[in-house]
Design a protein around this ligand. Sequence first.
Ligand SMILES: [Zn+2]
Length: 114
Amino acid sequence: MRAYMGYSRSAGRGEGAVLIFADTVREARVLAWHSVLNEMCDGEYLDVEVSWIRNSPWIFGEMLETSPHVVERPRVCSRCMTWGGSEIGEDGICDDCKEEEAICNAEEELTRKE
Ligand SMILES: [Zn+2]
């Protein structure tokens, strides 16, 4: 099984992208077509874009069932309001935001010492 991000080509990834678990890109596209994405794409099959989310084993923690399906409202990070970039922890914050915060804190520490 692979994880895919499904979105409207015309609206872009930032607009209501769905998370799809499927075996092939074709299957992912069909599943996306039968999800909320259909409306997002105004019923235009060619507007349904699907991209494989590679090297992100943590994304499988978002699976709702073992068979191919669509997660219409994937969990988003409470800071950056996105998903799919890095793992979202129990605290609802993604690793990217935590890393950014750590860098900011380190910089603050440095300026305080100066
Ligand atoms: Zn984030």
